[in-house]
Ligand binder design. Structure first.
Ligand SMILES: Cc1cc2nc3c(=O)[nH]c(=O)nc-3n(C[C@H](O)[C@H](O)[C@H](O)COP(=O)(O)OP(=O)(O)OC[C@H]3O[C@@H](n4cnc5c(N)ncnc54)[C@H](O)[C@@H]3O)c2cc1C
Length: 401
């Protein structure tokens, strides 16, 4: 038995012995599901808090980070095993969110010792929640067009401008921002720097954007002469584009991973909805066309899991490369197909929004279906991911303009 096989047995035993039973089966165990922490967190479920504390104690909130920052000091292969074992019984990671999945790994690589010592332990303990200050009104797919200015004034950067679609800025403590530090740079990618800001800094305001659904994670974040210490610059001045792309690599791969649930679960979900809404009894679904669609969803799901495993096994380092765009494209398409089919079999019940005619599951499903539409946009739209795959994975020439 290999060392990793032995570790898997130990991890499985520890998780099954320690994870509170109320959390079993509640999660796909993805990097964005579960307790996000932060000073504004109001979570009161004792089991979720106990699981968080056990994870912190064992170093398993960030299994592959160094122990001195609260990690487990394990390899990425060990970390993957832990996450697979959590997924096998549907238990969430002890702490989730952008700090662990996106920002922290990049700070480990590009930050300096002081920044790592200051920020990483607060992430592994869930004390500080981070959000992403990338998009602006004129910088989405064309992210390098961003205009949030950061001008040096003594020992401070003075930030002026606006970010948009900042998910959960109102619930976060800190923001990692892409800023324009050299507006005269010959190429727009060259005058960008990554600057960290405490959201309590005077001059920073996060305002919620209300959506028609009534629920919205989004904020607009305004910077009005916000002064942040020059020590908050990550990496070198005007060389932030590389760091920005590294964070996006983690984000895209994490979005893909967060869609991977227990193998076969998408198919099982649609079959269960068919039984509930179409009155289909035990055994095969009688309608051959629907059966075909369910089978093709199952095949896509299987192919997605195999693709994820292949990307992980073939990865040259633990830093996600452009291949992360493949898992994002396939994963988000799978997610949308799953919800489209789940809605189709529910018929009129699939339109449940509120009221006595719909049960809680149907109402939640409608919201999840609508939310799935955003998955092919967040973290960079599918069209942009396809451009990345064609250029950086397949090596195809750029299209002539
Ligand atoms: C749920 C969600 C959460 C988000 N959270 C955050 C966050 O926390 N922080 C943050 O900074 N941003 C966040 N965003 C913003 C997200 O990064 C942008 O929406 C995304 O990059 C697309 O930019 P855009 O909305 O400006 O669309 P646009 O760039 O205007 O694109 C519009 C359409 O044109 C297409 N298009 C544009 N350029 C090309 C091209 N070169 N080739 C082919 N097609 C193209 C796009 O694919 C898209 O279909 C979030 C978005 C969503 C949906």
């Amino acid at each position: 038995m290999s060392e990793l096989d032995t570790f898997r047995e130990e991890a499985r035993a520890w998780i099954r012995e320690n994870a509170p039973k109320s959390l079993w089966g509640t999660s796909g165990s993805g990097p964005f599901e579960g307790y996000w922490g932060g000073s504004k967190n109001t979570e009161s479920d004792p089991d979720i808090l106990e699981w968080r504390d056990l994870g912190i104690e064992k170093g398993w909130t960030a299994p592959s980070w160094p122990k001195k920052y609260g990690g487990g000091g394990l390899t990425p292969a060990h970390e993957q095993i832990i996450h697979e074992e959590l997924r096998a019984i549907g238990v969430p990671r002890p702490i989730a969110g952008q700090g662990l999945a996106m920002f922290g790994p990049v700070l480990l690589k590009y930050g300096n010792d002081k920044q790592r010592a200051e920020h990483l332990p607060k992430i592994t303990r869930g004390e500080v929640r981070w959000c992403q200050g990338y998009s602006e009104p004129n910088a989405g797919s064309d992210l390098a067009n961003l205009q949030l200015r950061a001008e040096r004034d003594g020992d401070k950067f003075v930030l002026n401008g606006q970010k948009v679609w900042t998910s959960h800025a109102n619930l976060s403590d800190w923001i990692y921002c892409l800023t324009r530090t050299d507006p005269k740079a010959p190429k727009k990618q060259m005058g960008i720097s990554v600057i960290l800001a405490d959201l309590n800094t005077p001059g920073i305001t996060a305002r919620r954007i209300d959506l028609i659904s009534g629920y919205s994670p989004f904020c607009e974040t305004f910077f009005d002469n916000a002064r942040v210490p020059v020590e908050n610059l990550v990496g070198k001045l005007n060389e932030g584009w590389t760091i920005a792309k590294a964070i996006l690599g983690y984000e895209r791969s994490a979005i893909g991973q967060s869609i991977a649930r227990q193998p076969g679960s998408a198919q099982r979900e649609v079959v269960a909805r068919s039984r509930k809404h179409l009155g289909v009894g035990e055994g095969p679904i009688p309608d051959p066309l629907l059966r075909d669609e369910v089978a093709s969803l199952g095949m896509l799901e299987e192919a997605f899991h195999l693709t994820l495993a292949r990307i992980q096994q073939g990865a040259e380092s633990s830093t996600p490369g452009p291949e992360g765009s493949i898992s994002k494209i396939v994963g988000t398409e799978l997610k949308q197909k799953r919800f489209e089919l789940g809605m189709k079999v529910a018929g009129i019940q699939g339109l449940g929004w509120e009221g006595p005619g719909f049960d809680e599951d149907d109402i939640q499903y409608t919201r999840d279906w609508l939310r799935s539409r955003a998955s092919t946009i967040e973290g960079g739209s599918s069209e942009i991911q396809k451009n990345i795959v064609s250029k950086r994975v397949l090596g195809l020439p750029e299209a002539k303009k």
